[in-house]
Design a protein around this ligand. Structure first.
Ligand code: CMP
Length: 225
């Protein structure tokens, strides 16, 4: 594998060339087709995954059997670290939302890297802190807000994770399907459809196929961020 590919991966971006070269030899590349269950909740975990290209959703099921989407992860994100770090079972399911290629790192290799390269451990801790913040906000949002606000907050999360900003507007490409947005917002697909229409009518967003543009991002952040 070309070690230059690893340069873009935030976990590894601070490493010197020799180290990247070494890591490129221990990572195992694998491809999953859309809808494949990559990690199953409660399984034993023995590897960490880094997304080279594609998108996955992290899900759990509520007592009523409904899918709750905890997060959507994309290029260069990692998952599967939790059970490697605390030795417990997998905390959630991870399912490919599209054809996804990953690099896999085994537990002994991850521990070796974390011990020999503190910058990798720090990058991982930073990302974990970001995820806890996002989850804290998500929990607060679910308990306090009305459906419009919850859908807005989900759009805000998506914009942070996968949006590109230009001239004060943020564009999110390949927006998840309305059912997935509903499962991220604790609401129904019908409510998401209604809320997106409402946000469109208020000229807060523009929708074109699976692309959503948030018109005035600083205003949007004030309202939903
Ligand atoms: P692990 O528990 O090994 O397997 C499931 C993975 O889903 C977990 O590691 C994390 O990588 C990921 N995960 C679990 N909860 C969240 C969350 N709230 N946000 C983002 N990723 C998560």
């Amino acid at each position: 594998m070309d070690s230059e590919i690893l340069r873009n991966v935030p976990l590894f971006s601070s490493l010197p060339d020799e180290k990247l070269e070494y890591i490129s030899k221990i990572l195992i590349p694998r491809k999953y087709t859309k809808d494949t269950l990559i990690v199953m909740e409660n399984d034993e975990g023995d590897s960490l995954f880094i997304i080279r290209e594609g998108r996955v959703k992290v899900t759990r099921y509520s007592d009523e059997g409904g899918e709750v989407i905890l997060s959507i992860l994309g290029d260069d994100d990692f998952f599967g670290e939790m059970s490697l770090l605390d030795g417990e079972a997998r905390s959630a399911n991870v399912v490919a939302l599209e054809d996804t290629s990953v690099f896999i790192l085994t537990r002994p290799d991850l521990y070796n890297l974390l011990e020999s390269k503190p910058t990798i451990a720090i990058a991982m801790l930073e990302e974990l802190a970001t995820r806890i913040r996002r989850s804290d906000k998500y929990i607060k949002g679910l308990s306090l807000s009305d459906a419009e606000t919850r859908v807005g907050m989900t759009l805000f999360n998506l914009s942070e994770q996968m949006g590109t900003i230009k001239n004060g507007e943020v564009t999110i490409e390949k927006v998840p399907y309305q059912q997935d947005i509903a499962n991220m917002s604790g609401t129904t697909r019908e409510t998401v459809s209604r809320m997106l229409k409402l946000l469109e009518d208020k000229h807060i967003i523009e929708k074109e196929g699976r692309r959503i543009t948030i018109k005035d991002y600083s205003q949007f952040v004030k309202k939903f961020g």
